[in-house]
Design a protein around this ligand. Sequence first.
Ligand SMILES: [Zn+2]
Length: 333
Amino acid sequence: MKKYFFLFLTIAAFISFNGTDLFSQKSTPKKDVSSFFIDSTLAKKHLYILASDEMEGRKTGTPGIEKAAKYIENEFKNIGLTTFEGLNSYRQTFTFTNRRIKEEITSANIIGVLEGKSKKDEFVIISAHYDHLGIIKKEGQLDSIYNGANDDASGVTAVLVLADYFKTKNNNERTLIFVAFTGEEMGLIGSTHFGKGIDASKFIAGINLEMIGKTPSFGPNTAWLTGFERSDFGEIIQKNLVGTGYQLFPDPYNNFNLFFRSDNASLARLGVPSHTFSTTPIDVDKEYHQASDEATTLNMTVITQTIQAVAKGTESIIKGIDTPTRVVIEEKK
Ligand SMILES: [Zn+2]
């Protein structure tokens, strides 16, 4: 039995090295990448924990989001990420005033770094927001916990899986900065704070992930990108995805102004080609900002394939081969 099993493994390895596998490895990896990356088990674990009732909807400033912060920190530590410049932990803690209820809130972005091999001062940020809406009691509604599974536990799941993936691959020429932003739902608070403290010229690209758990309107194996026309970031991704069977489209929801509605905008305003990947048909999605945004409503295959596509699609940027054009935003006065 054993002998045949090893023969099978050898054949499987041969196929994955030479076939259509998105993640064929040229050098010997420290860990078997296929065992944790192609498989959606790790992604599913992150998603179900972050979107569990125990996290109480992860509203910024509540004990629920603190549980999520601890989980993300612990994952960054286990993966072996280092801390961001000027910080002595993964937390970038700050206080802000919630404009709507004039309340002071202290919260933190969670930031982990994987230093580049040769281009250490060229940063690529991979981000998602870990906050959501919390607990909202409504008359006649049994479920009051807004789990935010798609929005945006799915994106944070991608950030954690990609951090693990790139750490294992260990061949990023540019420095990768993995960020879970707080306060997105309160008005891009965390990413705006992050943007204030950086030298934007060091940031080569921003990869933001939002709501990647629903079957896209373009069909399976597709995602859409916000602000596609604002830089050549999307075209670089498309080029890298040729032959994989996965396609990236420009954001089709023009009326939703989505480029400015997620954390990518905070960096784009500083000139960084920073865009958001999503799969969700936002115009018809019934779970968007509802208590029903639960992990069980998401498609793990879509999440896993999208994470793979982001890894493959951004490869030439992370390796320092391609540099997307900067974004110019003329703000209305
Ligand atoms: Zn969101």
